[in-house]
Design a protein around this ligand. Structure first.
Ligand SMILES: C[S@@+](CC[C@H](N)C(=O)[O-])C[C@H]1O[C@@H](n2cnc3c(N)ncnc32)[C@H](O)[C@@H]1O
Length: 218
């Protein structure tokens, strides 16, 4: 692993000890519910969640999958994955596979090598990751390439295009950016692009939060 990735991984290993307190379930509940609903999940589907962090999304996925299908949950940080593992054990979820990996390595060849059988995903959820990932355009392209025809990718992330105290804080705590043109890039790459805002953050011009929903008709 290169120096920057080791730094990020070490940072999140430490942050994992208080992530669920600090970035609380309550704080992101509405955006998560909203974003995951947009995935149109159903029983027996195959889902990729990257970065899965401490597994805060799992209970929302399970509302639709009910312990069926397969959820591949990937993160770079051992510490974050350990917390995710605790949730998986506690709730006896049998359909979740946790994997430690750098997202920039995830492409069709990686899936074939690690998961086999030309696996393709019904849905991909990338939340609070692309604002920090290196080579984020390539990551978006690779994720899109892993979807089944008619699969969906939902990206939930920050977008604050003007300098602000809030933006500076989020950059500091998340070790990422808040003004990457993620949705502008994605819009050019897919069909049926939707830019949506959860009810709690209704005004795009106050630049608080955005959710990208994409349905791909390949
Ligand atoms: C702000 S947290 C978000 C976690 C989770 N998605 C959530 O919403 O709670 C960012 C996550 O990205 C992970 N991460 C950072 N760089 C990564 C990379 N190159 N590959 C995979 N995961 C990465 C970190 O370990 C951390 O868990």
């Amino acid at each position: 692993m290169n120096k920057d990735k080791t730094k990020i991984s070490n940072y999140y290993d430490t942050f994992s000890n208080f992530y669920d307190l600090f970035s609380s379930k309550a704080y992101y509940r509405i955006p998560r519910e909203f974003a995951i609903k947009e995935l149109s999940l159903d029983l027996n589907q195959t889902i990729l969640n990257v970065p899965c962090g401490t597994g805060q999304n799992f209970e929302y996925f399970e509302n639709y999958l009910n312990n069926t299908g397969q959820i591949i949950a990937v993160d770079l940080s051992e510490g974050m994955l350990e917390k995710a593992h605790i949730k998986v054990k506690k709730y006896k979820w049998k359909n979740i596979e946790l994997m430690k990996e750098d997202v920039t390595k995830i492409d069709v060849d990686w899936v074939q090598c690690k998961l086999g059988n030309n696996l393709q995903f019904d849905a991909i959820f990338c939340d609070l990751g692309l604002s920090g990932f290196p080579q984020w355009e390539e990551v978006i392209d690779n994720l899109i390439s892993l979807l089944k025809p008619n699969g969906k990718i939902v990206i939930m992330d920050w977008y604050i295009d003007k300098p602000s105290l809030r933006g500076s804080f989020i950059k500091w705590i998340g070790k990422g950016e808040v003004d990457r043109p993620l949705y502008q890039y994605l819009e050019k790459r897919v069909c049926n692009f939707k830019l949506m805002l959860p009810l709690s953050y209704p005004n795009p011009h106050t630049l608080l939060f955005f959710i990208i929903t994409v349905c791909l008709l390949l």
